[in-house]
Design a protein around this ligand. Structure first.
Ligand SMILES: C[S@@+](CC[C@H](N)C(=O)[O-])C[C@H]1O[C@@H](n2cnc3c(N)ncnc32)[C@H](O)[C@@H]1O
Length: 216
C-alpha cells in the first residue's frame, strides 16, 4: 500500500474494486470531477477511426460515462462497457433504457481483462493514467492485446502535462501526446486531440488524447 495525501492507493485487485465501488456509491453522477454529459473528445476520435456501425467497441473503466449512450444513438450496435464498479455500470443500465438493451456491461478489472472475443476499437478515458507502475501498464497492455483485433483502433485519454497530478485522490501519470503514444509501441499514432475539461464545480483539467492504430 502506498500512502498519498488523502487516501491509501489500492494495489491489488480486491482493493481496487473496493476503492472504486466506494467512489461511486451514494453519489450523483456530477459528484465526480470527470463527469461530462457529452464526451465530445472521445466521440470525435471514435468517429475519426471510422469503424463500421456493427464493429465491436469496448469502453474500459466506463464509470457512468455517457459514451455508450451516445454511440447507441449514433447507431453503433456492438458495445461493451467494463468497470470495477457494479454501481457505476448499473447507473448506465438504468439511464440508457431499452435502446441500450444490447450494450454489454461487465464488472471486470482492466488489468486482467478476459472477454473471450476481440473488439475493433478500445476506448479509455482517465483510466490508463492511474497506472503509475510499469508492471500495471504491462498488465493493461496484455489485456489490450487479448481484446483488440489485429489492426484495431485505440483511443486513450489521460491528464495532460499541465493537468492535475491526482485524480479521485490517487496519484496519476500526466502525458504529452508523444509520451502517451510511446506507451503503445505496437501502434501507429493516427491523430491527437485535447481538451480543457471543466469539472462540475468549474475547475479546469487538461486532457491529452490519442487515436492509435494497431500495426496488425
Ligand atoms: C476517472 S474515472 C473515468 C470514468 C469514465 N471513463 C469517464 O470518462 O467518465 C475512472 C474509472 O475507471 C474505473 N477503474 C479504475 N481502475 C479500473 C480497473 N483496473 N479496471 C476497470 N475499471 C477501473 C473506475 O471505477 C472509474 O469508473
Amino acid at each position: 500500500m502506498t500512502m498519498t495525501d488523502s487516501v491509501v492507493r489500492p494495489e491489488d485487485a480486491a482493493a481496487r474494486k473496493d476503492y472504486w465501488e466506494n467512489v461511486h456509491t451514494g453519489k450523483d453522477v456530477d459528484g465526480v470531477s470527470w463527469w461530462q454529459s457529452v464526451p465530445e473528445l472521445s466521440l470525435g476520435l471514435v468517429d475519426k477511426a471510422g469503424v463500421a456501425k456493427d464493429a465491436g467497441i469496448i469502453d474500459v473503466g466506463a464509470g457512468w460515462s455517457t459514451l455508450v449512450d451516445h454511440l447507441v444513438e449514433l447507431g453503433y450496435t456492438d458495445l461493451t462497457a467494463v468497470d470495477l464498479s457494479a454501481t457505476a455500470l448499473q447507473t448506465i443500465r438504468d439511464r440508457i433504457g431499452p435502446a441500450g438493451d444490447a450494450v454489454v456491461l461487465d464488472v471486470a478489472d482492466v488489468l486482467d481483462l478476459q472477454r473471450g472475443r476481440t473488439y475493433a476499437l478500445w476506448h479509455d478515458r482517465a483510466v490508463f493514467h492511474f497506472l503509475i507502475d510499469e508492471e500495471e501498464r504491462d498488465d493493461y497492455r496484455a489485456s489490450l492485446a487479448r481484446c483488440l483485433e489485429p489492426g484495431g483502433w485505440l483511443v486513450v485519454a489521460t491528464f495532460g502535462p499541465d493537468g492535475p497530478t491526482t485524480c479521485s485522490g490517487l496519484p496519476i501519470v500526466r502525458y504529452t501526446h508523444e509520451e502517451l503514444a510511446a506507451e503503445f509501441p505496437d501502434f501507429d499514432l493516427v491523430d491527437t486531440a485535447g481538451e480543457d475539461h471543466l469539472t462540475p464545480w468549474g475547475t479546469s483539467q487538461q486532457f491529452t488524447a490519442v487515436l492509435l492504430r494497431h500495426r496488425g
